[in-house]
Design a protein around this ligand. Sequence first.
Ligand SMILES: Nc1ncnc2c1ncn2[C@@H]1O[C@H](COP(=O)(O)OP(=O)(O)OP(=O)(O)O)[C@@H](O)[C@H]1O
Length: 360
Amino acid sequence: MSQKRKRIVVAMSGGVDSSVTAALLKEQGHEVIGMTMQIWDYASFTSGHGETFGSCCSLDDVHDARRVAESLDIPFYVVNFEKDFQQAVIDRFCDDYFAGRTPNPCVLCNQVLKFELLLRRARELEADYLATGHYARIVAEGDGYALCKGLDPAKDQSYFLYTLTQEQMERVLFPLGGMTKDEVRAHAARFALRVAEKAESQDICFVPDGDYVRFLEEERGAGKMDGEIVHVSGTVLGRHCGTYRYTIGQRRGLGIAWPSPLYVVGIDAASRQVLVGEKEHLSVGSLTLHGVNWSLSAPEGPLRAACRIRYRHQEVPSTITPLGGGRAQVDFDQPQKGVTPGQAAVFYDGDRVLGGGWIE
Ligand SMILES: Nc1ncnc2c1ncn2[C@@H]1O[C@H](COP(=O)(O)OP(=O)(O)OP(=O)(O)O)[C@@H](O)[C@H]1O
């Protein structure tokens, strides 16, 4: 970004990171506009025990974002994306679980809500850029852009951003990508932002109590996916009351007495079977992906990269082979445990994201 004054829409969540993002850009002399997406009607959400989560979620966050915008003296808009969020993120979340996959809603929210819809709104306001508080870096390189890890390894969010295209990266800023969380908190204190001490947001924002099973059953109904728990040897070990209650690698909650510890190693939604096995059955040597996005253009043939198969996974050296039709095969140098359909696999060359896709 050149030093000229730019018009920048900041995606404000009401949290520390995006508040500091807005404050820093304003301090640098840019014309900053705050924008918050209302994505989930928390007012209707209860914990199942009668109490609501109104105190910790969206509407309070919108208030926080608005107060920060007021204190920075910048214009502030709330955009209602509830319908889009339901379709692009929540419906897909439920579809995935009911198809035997373990979804990653944050990747989809970034892809569809933030970097398609919100970016479009920013363009409608004739903004030069959309900025967010993500910990990742967009580095100009030759004629294009490289998506790189945030400098703070503890906060790096590049995994959730692999869907970014060149056209999007040209219009997106991550001002915090070169900072640690402590530095960001120090800025928040320096700017006297009221949200400086606010806690980190939770994993799945629309399941604030973490009880995703109850969430799924409220959305789709219970009792439809019960079936057998089957050992890899073919022995039926028991019954379960919903395939969506399980994820690959899960050990707890199987309720089966067996001489060695058992893990979920497969979920077959069509036959409603949960497949279990010993630890060694968890390891696989390869996987296939669909919906692959290459940060630059797709390579002609196989390439070497470090592959991450979930957010906190230790990357593994791999060979990635494009298969055409947006698909790719990943062959790990060392077999990996817990390859989970529905999660994203992301390929890196050092700090740089080469691409990624959905595990089949
Ligand atoms: N409801 C929202 N409206 C607008 N922007 C949002 C919203 N939720 C998240 N964002 C943007 O996406 C970024 C990353 O979101 P994430 O959920 O990872 O939040 P975070 O790391 O806790 O950041 P923050 O401290 O800003 O909440 C935020 O910094 C913000 O720019």
